[in-house]
Design a protein around this ligand. Structure first.
Ligand code: NZQ
Ligand code: ZN
Length: 386
């Protein structure tokens, strides 16, 4: 296991009715609130009204930024930065999924930066100060509620870039699984694929002795495989929603990858798809993941894939390692299809027109991946996914 530093400063209030903690939590950080949310799901499921009541009871001033897009845009970040400056905002409350939370994170730093917020997205070193952020999570997927990443799109240049900073950790996140009961089936499924992908990105490593990270990862993967279909079929199944929600936070915060970190492979490839075609992140991951697995399976990797097959999919350990690995990859693909996730790029309207440029962009930094990938390799994976 490699050396590492691990610190998660986010306070988590998990479970039914935890919204009652919100008033006191906001007060710890400020009084002039910027409330950020997406296209209106929080108005339809009652969360918006609960937040309004809390703000009112605590006599807080609040301005709003609504309409944060899935795959949040830099233009929306700029609007939020302007609101913060205009209203002297001292605390930000993001209520929604990963897009809303990511947008809030870059707004929080953008408001304390003199230049344009896009500078911070492309150069995280410029993030030196940020307004405190609190979140109320409504979709189990990205882990943004308990991590230091934010992903923002610039559709003018077809760039979707991840920024990171310790200042991006939300101070407090309210995780009430009941708020995810209204998540539509396609987003529930995409969320499961995203959680699983966050785990795969580091589970497939070549670091010796990261036993605990591997077993934690397998437990989280089994949780997704067990509860994903339950939440898909029964949207208001609390147990399923609760397990997926906590899995989403744990999958990316570092508990599974500190000590065995490798550069993610499938995420950079998927971010290009979203940047050029504005597709749902988790759907893109579900398409690419099995093809990436098949592409990187070789004599060096087969042991790890067999471990995955045996420990996660309970495939007979007595079989030949390649047989186990191939069965495990097929089971992964079948699982995503069972959740009605797309299996090919064509299904989400993607052809091969930008493969070369997307592959070039995605390949930056992948020379140290689990299986080092060049632009040519990535192009081949895109082609196999068509
Ligand atoms: O906008 P609203 O009306 O809220 O509707 C959203 C949106 O249409 C809807 N939704 C969310 N909660 C709901 C709900 N609908 C009904 N009931 C609810 N309770 O779901 C749709 C998708 O929301 P979004 O926030 O876009 O989804 P997600 O949480 O999957 O976030 C995706 C974004 O996060 C980035 C992705 O690239 C993408 O831009 N990621 C962020 C990461 C991070 N910060 O660590 C890591 C990830 O790998 C990922 O890249
Ligand atoms: Zn992801």
């Amino acid at each position: 296991m490699n050396n590492f530093f691990y610190q998660i400063p986010t306070e988590i209030y998990f479970g039914k009715g935890q919204i009652k903690q919100l008033g006191a939590a906001i007060k710890k950080y400020g009084h002039n609130v910027l409330l950020i949310y997406g296209g209106g799901s929080i108005k339809r499921n009652g969360l918006y009204q609960s937040i309004q009541n809390i703000l009112e009871q605590n006599a807080m001033e609040a301005v709003e930024l609504s309409g944060v897009e899935p795959n949040p845009r830099i233009e929306t970040v700029r609007k939020g930065v302007a609101l913060c400056r205009q209203h002297n905002v001292d605390v930000i409350l993001a209520a929604g999924g990963g897009s809303t939370i990511d947008c809030a994170k870059v707004i929080s730093a953008g408001a304390r930066y003199k230049g344009d917020a896009w500078d911070l997205v492309v150069n995280s070193n410029l993030i030196t100060d940020a307004i405190p952020i609190l979140t109320v999570l409504t979709l189990a997927a990205t882990g943004s509620e308990m991590d230091r990443f934010a992903v923002i799109s610039n559709m003018d240049t077809n760039d979707k870039v991840g920024a990171f900073s310790p200042l991006f950790y939300p101070r407090v996140s309210i995780l009430d699984p009941e708020y995810t009961f209204t998540v539509p089936k396609n987003q529930t499924a995409a969320g499961v694929a995203d959680i699983m992908s966050h785990i795969f990105e580091h589970y497939f490593h070549q670091v010796k002795g990261a036993y605990i990270q591997d077993r934690l990862s397998e437990g989280l993967l089994k949780t997704c495989i067990h509860y994903g279909p339950v939440a898909y079929d029964q949207p208001d199944n609390y147990e399923a929603r609760a397990n997926l929600m906590w899995a989403s936070s744990l999958a990316i915060d570092g508990i599974t990858w500190r000590g065995n970190e490798v550069p993610p492979s499938v995420h950079p490839m998927e971010h290009q798809l979203s940047a050029y075609y504005d597709i749902t992140h988790g759907a893109g991951l579900a398409i690419l993941t099995p093809h990436w697995m098949q592409y990187v399976l070789n004599d060096q990797a087969v042991g790890k894939f067999a471990e995955y097959g045996i420990n996660v999919w309970e495939i007979d350990a007595k079989l030949n390692p390649y047989e186990i690995a191939n069965q495990a990859i097929q089971k992964t693909a079948d699982f995503f299809v069972s959740l009605n996730l797309p299996a090919t790029l064509r299904e989400v309207g993607i052809g091969d027109e930008y493969f070369q440029v997307m592959a070039e962009k995605a390949s930056k930094g992948l020379e140290n991946a689990f299986y080092p990938l060049t632009a040519k390799d990535i192009s081949a994976i895109y082609n196999a996914s068509l």
